[in-house]
Design a binder for this molecule. Structure first.
Ligand SMILES: Cc1cc2nc3c(=O)[nH]c(=O)nc-3n(C[C@H](O)[C@H](O)[C@H](O)COP(=O)(O)OP(=O)(O)OC[C@H]3O[C@@H](n4cnc5c(N)ncnc54)[C@H](O)[C@@H]3O)c2cc1C
Length: 489
């Protein structure tokens, strides 16, 4: 069956795709079609609205229990992109799972981005650019905490900027572009677009690109019925690996290969502290979530979080480093004989050296903590990175509550399990700085897939910024107002 649409088509109703749809509607272009492979799970609320922290961590890390989880790719280099690496296929995508950390990509990493785009992201001394604008819109810090800094471990930490809103002691939600259409807590959806805008259970199978111009997309629904949607404007927002799969399958990428996939290198440790030790640590770090940047050779953001469930319960210290993985042309996505993506990504010698620097730094911090809380300092015990049996799955099923007090539990994530995968359709290589494919007019990509370099920062602030910028480009192309006039959530 053929569907004719002259309106823009967005492939993927996850974070990037919905942010683009929302921004287009702000610009007066509400006539778009979002094709989403997954379905609706009812109210499509952020997981932490209906679940407490342990339950929400379980549905993420104990991924086989998550009805939305799909293992849509295979690993060419296990353990990377293997255990637990996959999609969350439902309307909202991973915007219903994320933790809300919104950090700009660092200037040293933006050196590999086009300067004009960097200027829009970062602004100048008088205006904070898209980064500043979005951070101040999404991060609602209590006035008493605004701009608060602490000094610890020889570093100055700021409060971690998070786009989250507390509901009660154990429930909260992080921003989702779906908040534009439905209430983030009740799920009521007076403004939810009807069937005409959000087409669920529609997997895009192929892009129809002929004569250097996108013509439309081929879909299949859950009953196995095929549909063709014609459009001269199509945006790939299906996630870093599925978007690359579509481009390869549709013979848009050279040598049928997407090159340069990268993830963050993340490791850390957890400690449960007894009351005395917790009081002693309180002299070094207040409760809350703090972030600082560690320059070369660690090149990582350091997150320190101290939390206590209830006044009388033990205090948990969670310290982790998030570092930049090098983007290498040898880290690739190809398709196997059945059309399933195979991710062949491994660690370079620079990545391995970063892992060792991170471990040394974490050990030094632990020694300082030992001195502060009055226990004998000792180095942290990490297993070899690629043999590490415990990732951050220590959070599953209350493992943490069962560990001995004052004894650190170390963990390291394999590539592909942090959900920060990026760089498969990079700006400057596959798409231009307006996110349009160099080889196919009218075809765009958005999301972490287009990052030419990730830096240490979590990806979503940049994803939101790029989606908003792309909305302006597309609205000018299809004749929207080009300026925001419908900004309401
Ligand atoms: C637990 C967790 C915590 C996180 N915390 C943070 C954080 O604090 N800060 C941060 O910056 N980032 C965080 N992230 C990462 C962030 O959520 C992702 O980077 C972001 O969601 C990626 O957006 P996306 O649109 O590319 O992919 P997604 O949000 O995954 O959306 C892709 C959508 O496309 C659909 N799709 C796929 N293939 C097709 C197809 N062929 N046809 C139609 N539809 C298709 C999928 O079903 C999915 O809905 C976190 C992620 C997780 C899981």
């Amino acid at each position: 069956m053929s569907k004719f649409a002259s309106v823009p088509i967005i492939v993927g109703g996850g974070f990037a795709g919905l942010e683009l749809a929302k921004s287009l509607s702000w610009l007066g272009v509400s006539d778009v079609i979002v094709l989403e492979k997954g379905s609706s799970n009812g109210r499509n609320l952020h997981n932490n609205v209906t679940m407490n922290d342990t339950e929400a961590a379980n549905i993420w890390l104990n991924y086989k229990t998550d009805p939305a989880y799909r293992q849509s790719w295979n690993s060419g280099h296990p353990p990377h992109y293997d255990y637990g690496s996959g999609e969350r296929s439902l309307l909202g995508g991973r915007s219903l799972y994320w933790s809300g950390v919104v950090l700009p990509i660092e200037r040293w990493a933006l050196r590999d981005w086009p300067p004009a785009l960097v200027a829009e992201l970062c602004g100048n001394q008088r205006d904070g650019g898209l980064y500043g604008e979005i951070q101040s819109e999404l991060v609602q810090q209590l006035p008493s905490r605004r701009g608060r800094c602490i000094e610890a471990f020889g570093l100055v930490f700021g409060e971690t900027p998070k786009a989250i809103t507390d509901i009660d002691d154990s429930h909260w939600f992080a921003y989702s572009p779906l908040d534009h259409w439905r209430h983030p807590v009740s799920g009521e959806s007076p403004g939810m677009p009807g069937q005409s805008n959000f087409r669920l259970n529609r997997e895009v199978l192929k892009l129809d690109a002929r004569d250097g111009q996108i013509q439309g997309v081929q879909t299949v629904n859950k009953d196995g019925q095929y549909e063709y949607y014609r459009s001269s404007t199509v945006v790939l927002a299906a996630g870093t690996i599925p978007s690359a799969k579509l481009a390869i399958d549709s013979e848009i990428l050279v040598d049928d290969t997407a090159v340069g996939i990268a993830d963050h290198i993340v490791q850390g440790f957890w400690v449960k502290l007894d009351r005395d030790k917790a009081n002693a640590l309180g002299t070094l770090i207040p409760t809350g979530s703090w972030v600082a940047f560690l320059p070369e050779p660690v090149r990582s953001n350091i997150f320190v979080e101290l939390k206590r469930a209830r006044e009388e319960s033990p205090l948990y210290l969670d310290i982790k480093l998030t570092g930049e993985q090098q983007r290498l042309t040898t880290n690739t996505i190809t398709l196997d004989g059945s059309g399933t993506p195979v991710v062949a990504a491994s660690l370079s010698s620079a990545d391995k050296s970063l892992i060792q620097h991170q471990r040394r730094h974490l050990s030094a911090m632990w020694s300082e903590i030992c001195k502060t809380i009055g226990i004998a300092p000792h180095p942290l015990d990490f297993a070899p990175y690629e043999l590490q049996s415990t990732g951050n799955s220590a959070l599953i099923d209350g493992t943490l509550s069962r560990i001995s007090e004052n004894t650190p539990l170390t963990w390291s994530n394999f590539l592909g399990t942090e959900d920060h995968e990026s760089g498969s359709l990079a700006i400057g290589e596959v798409v231009d700085q307006d996110l349009e494919f160099r080889s196919v007019k009218g075809l765009y990509a958005v999301g972490p897939s287009v990052f030419p370099r990730t830096g240490a920062a979590n990806p979503t602030l940049t994803t939101i910024a790029l989606a908003r910028r792309l909305a302006t480009t597309i609205s000018q192309r299809v004749g929207g107002t080009g300026s925001s006039h419908d900004r309401q959530n």
